[in-house]
Design a protein around this ligand. Structure first.
Ligand code: ADP
Ligand code: MG
Length: 192
């Protein structure tokens, strides 16, 4: 099973993936986690270019579209491992939500693997800014508001569970477990 976590910065993807992995492993599942951009050569180039002075220009949006699509091609094999649950921190759905134009991003990701389950951590933009203040953030509030809306629209195209990420860490975690359990045949009583 291939589970993808999406959501704006500070939504809790890293935190919640860690917690879900621990819980799934305690329930006897083998789990591998991935994160985009990856640590491949392309991923390294993406991280470097995100610091570029023109990183927000229209042309760079197209360049990032290309690079992110290439980076995800680098790890495609890993997604085919059916002996494990693969949980990915971001996916081509991030490209659709963040980059433009849409038709360009669509074409570039024609062969990207679709998740069996999308967990969308839906967070208010102001909370995102508060949670990530002092960190290396690249986006302003207005842009993030657009991304949040894009995500909610994109959710309709996938098997998706939308989780209210404004709640406390433990509440979000238990909401995620409840959402994931039916897909894996885990009994509801096992969820605290
Ligand atoms: P993401 O990976 O989506 O950017 P993180 O998991 O790194 O988000 O969380 C960003 C910051 O917000 C971290 O400092 C984390 O401890 C904190 N955080 C995560 N989830 C919550 C939550 N539900 N309530 C309050 N703070 C949170
Ligand atoms: Mg993270």
């Amino acid at each position: 099973m291939y589970i993808v976590f999406e959501g704006i910065d500070g939504a809790g993807k890293s935190t919640q993936i860690r917690m879900l992995k621990e819980w799934l492993e305690a329930n006897g599942f083998r789990v591998e986690t991935l994160v985009e951009p990856t640590d491949s050569e392309v991923g390294k180039l993406i991280r470097k270019l995100l610091q570029h002075p023109d990183a927000k220009s229209d042309n760079f949006q197209k360049i990032f579209g290309l690079l992110f699509a290439a980076d995800r091609m680098m790890i495609m094999d890993k997604l085919e491992d059916e002996s494990k649950i693969i949980i990915s921190d971001r996916s081509f759905i991030s490209s659709l939500a963040y980059q433009s134009p849409m038709d360009w991003i669509d074409v570039l990701n024609k062969y990207a693997k679709r998740p069996d389950l999308l967990i969308l951590l839906d967070l208010d933009v102001k909370t995102s800014v508060a949670r990530t203040s002092g960190k290396d953030t690249f986006e302003d509030e207005e842009f993030l508001a657009g991304v949040k809306e894009n995500y909610l629209k994109l959710a309709d195209n996938f098997t998706c569970e939308i989780i209210d990420a404004n709640n406390g860490i433990n509440k979000v975690s238990s909401d995620i477990k409840k959402a994931v359990a039916p897909y894996l045949g885990i009994c509801p009583d096992c969820i605290q």
